[in-house]
Structures are given as structure tokens and as C-alpha cells.
Design a protein around this ligand. Sequence first.
Ligand code: THU
Length: 132
Amino acid sequence: MSETTLIDEATRVRKNAHAPYSNFKVGCALRSVEGNLYVGCNVENVAYPEGTCAEAGAIAAMIAAGDTRIAEVAVIADSPAPVPPCGGCRQKLAEFADLDAPITMATTEGKTEATQVGTLLPGLFTAAHMTK
Ligand code: THU
């Protein structure tokens, strides 16, 4: 699947975001290593910390469907610069993606920036840190 298609899908799902508190809608699309496409949008809550990010939604959809690994991700928002995943989402992505998995960050105005999971999260916490 091409990058354009992932951005298109992230753009489409972004419209469904529930963001009445921040008014900042985010869309995420990911392709699994198994070859399937999953999307997520942010879902806010009046109890603010209960809100979830677009990336978390897409990851949950992938795992619920039975796929196991992320190959590629796109995230989009109406922001002045391409929107990066938040810190928590970086760790969530790293759980299921190789460090060189590509992430395309995009704005609704058409700006894009390419990065990788490992670039966004240097020094990440891994299972190896729990092994003596
Ligand atoms: N948000 C995401 O969905 N993904 C990110 O990586 C950045 C932040 C959402 C969370 C919240 O609903 C809104 O954007 C403002 O922080």
C-alpha cells in the first residue's frame, strides 16, 4: 500500500474524531505486516484523562482483528506543522513496530514529514530492561 493511501485513510477517519474539548481532530491509519489496513481517531471524554489518541485506536483495531505487527503508519491533523505522535503513542507504536518502521506525519494542508518509530523514541523501554 502506498503512503498516499495511508494518508487518505487517515484523512477519512479523522472526520469521525470525537474532539469537542480540544477541537483538535486527529486521524491515524496503519498497515500491518500481515497486509491489512486499520484506522483510528481520537476519542475524547468529559473526564479529560479518559480520552484516547488516534494512534491508540488504530493499534487497538489491529490487535482486535488478529494482526500482530505494524509495517507503516500515517497520522494527520489540522496543525501548522505535521503532527507527531505523543510520547505515550510512541511507546505504543514501538510495542508493535520495528524501529525502522516508517511514520508519515501530515497536515490537512498537505505538508508531510517522514520519520521512523525508533527516531521518535530513542532510548525506549523494552522487555530487555526487565531481564536481569
Ligand atoms: N492526539 C492524538 O490523537 N494523537 C497524538 O499523537 C497527539 C494528540 C489527540 C489527543 C487529544 O484528543 C487531542 O489530540 C489534543 O491533544
